[in-house]
Design a protein around this ligand. Structure first.
Ligand code: GLC
Length: 470
């Protein structure tokens, strides 16, 4: 129940910042609203397009939740703890001193940056975002600002973020860091959304920010030069004034992309729908659905509820058809290993992308008006609104001169659309090495393409429709 309230609060705070961001899109930005103007307040539209260009083309990224919570792996005092793996300290109300003891057991000797980055690359992912500090306050990097970190508090002593940042860049991937700026359950004064449970947590939020969060943000920005900074769970403690101190720091890195979860009324760059795909996306805005591959972000040894490759791939396509990015999470264990069922699914998606990548990367949303779903009259979502029930027949993405129709269900002899505002000049299947021309007939907005008898791919066969303007 507690967890549900916390999640609801997250959704509400995101909904508020979404509303703020939308209000922003209509009116010209007014830097005066913020104590310190952020990059989004001051840059021109062309500067913004240039800053966001790689991110908009990327479409697919790897989220990695890795931290001390991988040691208990979902168990406390030999009992499974329901909920998210990385929330175990909160959910089991583990005292600060006891939680800190996990550090002595954290020795991920099997961690290998090359293996992880190569997996992301094989999956067709273009960027990585890894937790540098989650709500438990444990820093996954050597930190002079606070001793509760991987270098000073564990037998491991390495700097996995250094190795990952370097390897990601070597393999041509962008590198981003998640940092829990607001919640911190082991630092006095750090916020705890569900309420504190240990006297050791008592303290002043501003002081926590000044002595831990801001100094650590300085460290990670200076040491790893992340391309993305991913904030989380803003609470009301993060006033506009306090948030503006962080913004002043972010402003020193003018290429940085940061999400809408800083707090203090700053909308950031990206909307972050969590665990769902918005029915219409966020037209005209940059957005990224973050999603777990099973039911937890941080590793839980007994969570084997992995989504199938079909579901994951369809999600990627659905998101791309609405102009968003898919940030798909993996949860490595305390030895430093990404669980095999997760790696296996990522590789399968990568094989599909090897053939069909041009229908995803750098694409624009669907040019068709089909909704591919409807709102349920009986079921409600987490916000109490009617739940969106998608249909999984097909989706479309586009590029100048091409529409990519992703056929999840083989429609039979013809693919038909009734609202084709494009002018079709030809068609072929992307997975057909010869790109054999398919017969196209168009009468006004009625478009038909003749298909071969069988799909070429069990999950998604991409039909390319060539178009010309007018
Ligand atoms: C939530 C959770 C957190 C997770 C994040 C990812 O807000 O609090 O554990 O890191 O979502 O989006």
């Amino acid at each position: 129940m507690k967890r549900r309230i916390a999640r609801f609060a997250v959704v509400c705070s995101i909904a508020t910042s979404v509303a703020a961001a939308l209000a922003h899109a209509d009116a010209p930005p007014s830097p005066a609203k913020h104590p310190v103007a952020a990059i989004q307040d001051t840059e021109t539209a062309a500067q913004r397009d240039a800053r966001m260009a790689w991110w908009r083309d990327a479409r697919f990224g790897m989220f990695i939740h890795w931290g001390l919570y991988s040691v208990p792996a979902g168990y406390w005092k030999d009992k499974p703890v329901p909920g998210l793996g990385e929330w175990i300290m909160n959910d089991a109300k583990i005292p600060v001193a006891d939680y800190k003891k996990f550090a002595a057991q954290f020795d991920p000797t099997q961690f290998d940056a090359h293996t992880w980055v190569s997996l992301a690359k094989a999956a067709g992912m273009k960027y990585i975002v890894i937790t540098s500090k989650h709500h438990d306050g444990f820093a996954m990097f050597p930190s002079k600002a606070n001793p509760f970190n991987i270098h000073d508090a564990t037998p491991y002593k390495h700097d996995p973020l250094r190795e990952l940042a370097d390897e990601a860049r070597r393999q041509g991937l962008k590198f981003g860091l998640y940092y829990s700026q607001d919640q911190d359950w082991t630092a006095p004064g750090g916020a705890a959304m569900d309420g504190r449970w240990d006297k050791a947590q008592d303290g002043d939020f501003a002081q926590y920010l000044h002595t831990k969060a801001i100094p650590q943000l300085k460290e990670i920005l200076a040491h790893y030069h992340p391309d993305v900074l991913w904030f989380d769970t803003p609470t009301k403690e993060m006033t506009p004034q306090l948030a503006s101190e962080i913004v002043a720091l972010l402003n020193q890195y003018p290429q940085l992309i940061w999400n809408n979860r800083l707090g203090g009324g700053y909308p950031g760059d990206t909307e972050t729908p969590e665990q769902f795909i918005p029915p219409q996306g966020f037209p005209g805005k940059d957005w990224e659905t973050c999603m777990t591959i099973n039911d937890t972000w941080g590793y839980k040894s007994h969570d084997t509820n992995f989504k199938s490759t079909d579901v994951l791939l369809r999600n990627l396509v659905d998101i791309a058809s609405k102009g968003g990015n898919y940030l798909l999470n993996v949860g490595p264990d305390s030895h430093g290993v990404i669980p095999a069922p997760e790696a296996e699914r990522l590789r399968a998606i990568g094989h599909w992308l090897d053939v069909n990548g041009e229908s995803i990367y750098g694409t624009h949303p669907t040019p068709f008006a089909d909704a591919h779903g409807s709102f349920s009259s009986t079921e409600k979502d987490d916000n109490g609104k009617p739940r969106w029930i998608p249909t999984w027949d097909w989706r479309a993405t586009s590029k100048p001169g091409k529409v990519y129709v992703h056929l999840f269900e083989w429609p039979g002899k013809t693919f038909h659309v009734a609202d084709a505002t494009v002018h079709a000049t030809g068609a072929y299947l992307l997975a057909d090495p010869h790109h054999t021309p398919l017969k196209v007939t168009q009468h006004g907005e009625q478009l038909d393409v003749q298909l071969p008898a069988k799909a070429l791919d069990p999950i998604d066969t991409v039909l390319v429709i060539e178009t010309k303007a007018g």
